[in-house]
Design a protein around this ligand. Structure first.
Ligand SMILES: [Fe+2]
Length: 266
């Protein structure tokens, strides 16, 4: 069995006392890290699906880097629309490069793919032609392995208009690649600052609340709340997957089985 943490939309700023929408994302992430560190057994790693910082500045990434030193599990990063490839690479990898940040790795019998949907300067996302062809080839090479895919932007609209205007610009290209490959069973994303779970064409889709501020799932007007931050604990064994949502101040809430998930109708 493999267990890992999915967190997203950290929105860190260089000034740890700064607030956004009345919320201090630095102290909230500190609280989330403490909860993750207390989990037993300890998960193997955490994957962050983007909006690591709010302003794409190198100083904000340095602040995040020092905060993540206290996290007792290794971290994998995806970038979101608030990120900057250049500043992230400089601060975390000591590289002067603006190359997209997509990658894949194996853990146990599972294959993990992390995409880069950042379209610099835009709130919407895109998987460009080069990344799509890399993805097709990566999925093809790993055809026999159950695969989990991580991306910042929502591929399928969540039916909140202002947020869906900021979604992935070319969802059909990506969904086509997933359908063709057939080995991606689970997709995890951020950007929407709320938890959504459903299945679509046999694939499990899950978003997660932000570790900072939240967007309610009931309002069509742009709204941000100080509802508690959270993360998702994911356990995978063979072809089965179990999730639990943890909101700070509450216990772990087990998610439904795959068969019990609502089916997404496009
Ligand atoms: Fe965000």
């Amino acid at each position: 069995m493999v267990s890992f943490i999915h967190i997203s939309d950290l929105h860190i700023l260089e000034d740890p006392e700064a607030t956004q929408y009345g919320v201090n994302c630095y102290y909230r992430l500190e609280g989330v890290i403490a909860e993750i560190n207390a989990l037993q057994p300890r998960p193997s790693f955490a994957i962050i699906t983007g909006d690591l910082v709010s302003d794409g500045r190198e100083g904000s990434y340095h602040r995040l880097k020092s905060l993540l030193h206290s996290l007792k599990v290794p971290v994998h990063f995806a970038l979101g629309n608030h990120d900057s490839r250049r500043a992230f690479r400089q601060a975390f990898l000591n590289e002067a490069s603006e190359e997209p940040l997509y990658t894949s790795f194996d853990h146990g019998d599972l294959h993990f793919v992390i995409l880069d949907s950042l379209k610099e300067g835009k709130p919407t996302g895109e998987i460009d032609r080069d990344q799509l062809s890399w993805l097709r080839s990566d999925l093809d090479k790993n055809r026999a392995k159950p695969t989990l895919l991580f991306i910042h932007h929502q591929i399928l609209p969540i039916r909140i208009r202002w947020l869906d205007e900021l979604k992935l610009e070319n969802p059909d290209d990506l969904l086509g690649a997933l359908e063709e490959a057939g080995n991606v069973r689970w997709v995890f994303y951020g950007h929407v600052h709320q938890s959504r779970l459903w299945r679509y064409k046999g694939i499990f889709f899950a978003s997660v609340p932000s570790t900072g501020f939240q967007v309610p799932d009931h309002s069509q007007t742009m709204m941000v709340t100080d509802d508690p931050p959270g993360f998702r604990l994911v356990e995978v064994w063979g072809k089965g997957l179990r999730t639990a949502l943890k909101l700070l101040g509450s216990g772990l809430q087990p998610g439904p089985s795959f068969e019990a998930l609502p089916i997404y109708i496009r």
